[in-house]
Write a protein of this length. Sequence first.
Length: 346
Amino acid sequence: MAKPTQYRFCVGPWNFSEGGDPYGPTTRPAKTFDWKLAALKELGFEAMMFHDDDAVPEIGTKSAAQVLKEAKELKKRLDGEGIVAEMVAPRLWFAPETIDGGYTSNDKKQRRYAIDRSKQTIDIARELGTDLIVLWLAREGTYLRESKSGARSTELLVEALDAMLKHDKQARLCIEPKPNEPMDHAYIPTIGHALAIAQLTRDPKRVGALIESAHSILAGLDPADEIDFAMSFGKLWSLHLNDQNGLKFDQDKPFGSANLRVAFNQVRALERNGYGRKGEYVAFDVHPFRTTREEHFLKHLDNSKKTFLRLVEKARSFPTKEADALIADRNYQDLDQLVLEHLMGK
Ligand code: XUL
Ligand code: MN
């Protein structure tokens, strides 16, 4: 039997968020990068994930040479703290050039911008010592179905992925699907879509996926099934655990906060497929509740990690023999109760 996985944890600077939402201003003061780095270490996280402009702030105002210089400096800073850069993701939803999407924009100049910025992200990742590029395809979709062609958009997405694969022969592209928000409909809404589009690219082996629990739930799916499916292809290269209370806006709640059983089943899926054995990190893409006081700023991260580790224990101590006997007897009624009793504990 394989040795139990020692999970390693990751978080992004955006997860120390200040409580602003579309209806109101921030509720906590912004923290510096150094503060976040120290906090992450204190909480026992070993890696940080970055958007291109988390790694190099105000990236749009800097020359290519300056961007690489700052990426190098960041790498030194991270090395000094013993923190790994897990991935870099191009932020293709903020700039005026990406108002109509990046790779699938109807404007050719804007598509060019998106591809160039993605290539620069790959260059930053190389400086930071990671080959993992995460693509959350935020605005690659429509507000209005008739405004873009789905067929043409699929072609354009493949062109963009190919351009990135060609730019660097080592880079691995990790698609993070989400079915909606900010768009009405996104073009890569599920893991199935991500893995299918990989097959149309020039190097399918280097196109994989990142599952975010909340995004699967927003697609009406069980994230545990998404994990099993991606891992059957050997293509789950990163993970954003969090929680989501039904089909609403993307909530990024602490892991297990809305549905402990759904969280438990995600952990079981990770365990049975050996997630983490090839060095993959468990990242928590969680945010503090808006009402969170400054002195409780880090609780959502610490609590997500605690819950995850408790659920690992629950997955490892699950009474498998008893469950197997109930399954053989088609006694799903008692199987259901067995799961509940196990989660509730004595
Ligand atoms: C958006 C989301 C992003 C990605 C990285 O819903 O999850 O933060 O994880 O771009
Ligand atoms: Mn995410």
